[in-house]
Design a binder for this molecule. Structure first.
Ligand code: UN1
Length: 501
């Protein structure tokens, strides 16, 4: 499909010419200019937040199941535009089309989840210690929800936040990655269509602000942003979180990961090879949940490395729009440089590096294509403890499970993890309080590719936030505890007597 036709279908009115002011979006596939978009000035950002605050004041009075109806329509619009938006994700981010479509499906899934949730924003009834008193808790809309999202999931992560925020009665202001502004504009335009069909939704309920670091800081510092959900590097989180904390605001942080899988001796090798491939080379190693460390029992180490080496050799790297391609380009040259630097460091530390070399893809010479790297490391050095956002899988060896779990947890990040084993005791140990210290812990599947139904996020340098499923919605609402006295007496809690004679 022609890019122009795609943009028309998605309602994207952007300048396709690279010259002039504004942010230029280039496709990582071949460096083609996709469009140019205006960056929000400080005054525009302030006005947008003000409008979002006003939109919130109206939206919070709409009954939650009605708010759910808007999200239901959004899901319908996404279904109708799944191919087009999925293709745009591939064009602007470079992930393969299967994954671009998967990302839109993830948006549809969270919409379905949020629609159900809109009738289930349950509070508890609590037993009061006083006679003829009743205690309950009520969940109320919170305010404006700011979203800062990363290039690697240019639409789904916003949708996790937006779908929940909207049913919770909040308005949304979104700062997407500067590398993927068009995906954001298109996704928000799809939501705008749903809002039009819905009728009664204020226009400023969901807005996109394009900009860089200064805009992120503005969102972090503005008291009107009641909750700020930020996805990106740990470095970014360390900039954002103190700013939000200083004004005692709420933040939801989803930062770096350094996800590992422990492969025990009883594991099923065929299954592992497939799982590792998707988790380590899928999305060109650019998921927060990408598998970055493989901790393998010594008894199957050589066999597994041999099998992986062979499988890596068969992975098709190329244009992500072409069927059969499994690995598309890296987002940009800087990502390649970071990968190269990490691999040189690995070599200097005694690592055995396979792959990691630049590839030329005919017709896409300006894209940054690379062979995923498989790196056998003698130990878990400081390099291995760092997240390099590229397809590098470090392989380490272990003898006892305790030692594997120790290695597993000895990194600053704590997002996603897995164990591959057929031994129930090992699996349960890994999932227990003395096992993986991550927010996501899996058995016999890789660490990436989570469903929306669970709470998504992790501990330590990952930031501690939870988004998406389970009870993550609570972060988007304010809880009120209510005590109601239906007696003619005034008994005090804790049995305190406080009578005037
Ligand atoms: C991310 O990389 O920021 O679990 C999100 C996964 C996806 C989401 C990843 N569902 O890999």
């Amino acid at each position: 499909m022609e890019v122009d036709t795609l943009f028309i279908q998605l309602g994207l009115a952007v300048d396709r010419d690279a010259a002039g002011a504004g942010l230029v979006s280039r496709s990582p596939i071949d460096g083609t200019v996709l469009g140019r978009v205006a960056e929000a000035t400080t005054a525009e950002a302030q006005a947008a937040i003000e409008a979002a605050q006003r939109a919130f004041l109206g939206w919070r009075t709409v009954p939650a199941p009605k708010r759910g109806e808007l999200v239901r329509l959004f899901g319908e619009e996404l279904r109708a535009n799944k191919d087009a938006l999925g293709r745009l994700v591939t064009l602007e981010n470079g992930k393969i089309l299967q994954e671009g479509l998967g990302e839109v499906q993830e948006m549809i899934d969270i919409c379905d989840f949020a629609v159900g949730l809109s009738r289930q924003l349950y509070g508890r009834t609590i037993a009061s210690e006083r006679p003829a008193h009743r205690m309950t808790e009520t969940w109320h809309p919170l305010g404006v929800c700011g979203v800062i999202s990363a290039f690697n999931f240019p639409v789904a992560v916003w949708a996790w936040n937006a779908a929940l925020a909207l049913v919770c009665g909040d308005s949304v202001v979104w700062k997407p990655s500067e590398k993927t502004p068009l995906c954001a504009l298109a996704a928000n335009a799809i939501l705008a269509r749903a809002m039009k069909r819905f009728g009664a939704a204020p226009g400023a309920l969901s807005q996109v602000l394009v900009g860089g670091r200064a805009l992120g800081e503005l969102l972090a510092e503005d008291r009107r942003i009641a909750v700020l959900s930020a996805t990106g590097s740990t470095r970014m989180g360390r900039e954002v979180a103190p700013r939000v904390a200083r004004r005692l605001g709420r933040s939801i942080l989803e930062l770096g990961g350094n996800n590992a899988a422990v492969v025990a001796s009883s594991a099923d090798l065929d299954l592992i090879v497939r799982a590792v491939l998707f988790a380590a080379v899928g999305t060109a190693g650019q998921r927060c949940t990408t598998l970055r460390r493989l901790i393998v029992h010594e008894s199957i180490y050589d066999r597994l490395v041999g099998r992986l080496d062979e499988a890596y050799g068969r992975v098709k790297i190329g244009n992500p729009l072409e069927a059969g391609t499994l690995v598309g380009p890296l987002i940009d040259e800087r990502a390649f440089e970071a990968m190269g630097a990490a691999l040189s460091e690995a070599r200097a530390q005694g690592g055995k590096v396979r792959g990691g070399v630049r590839m030329t893809v005919p017709g896409s010479e300006r894209g940054c294509y690379v062979k995923p790297a498989l790196v056998e490391m003698p130990s878990q050095t400081e390099l291995v403890c760092r997240e390099t956002f590229a397809p590098i899988l470090y392989v380490l060896r272990y003898r006892e499970l305790d030692e594997a779990i120790k290695l597993h947890n000895a990194v600053p990040q704590g997002l996603a993890s897995s164990i591959f084993t057929s031994d129930l005791r090992e699996a349960e140990m890994f999932l227990s309080s003395v096992g993986s210290d991550c927010g996501i812990a899996n058995v016999n599947i890789g660490p990436s590719g989570a469903e929306i139904g669970g709470a998504f996020g992790g501990e330590k340098d990952t930031g501690g936030g939870r988004e998406s499923g389970s009870d993550a919605w609570k972060a988007y609402m304010r809880r009120a505890t209510n005590t109601i006295n239906y007696s003619r007496e005034l008994p005090l809690a804790q049995g305190i007597k406080f009578d005037v004679g």
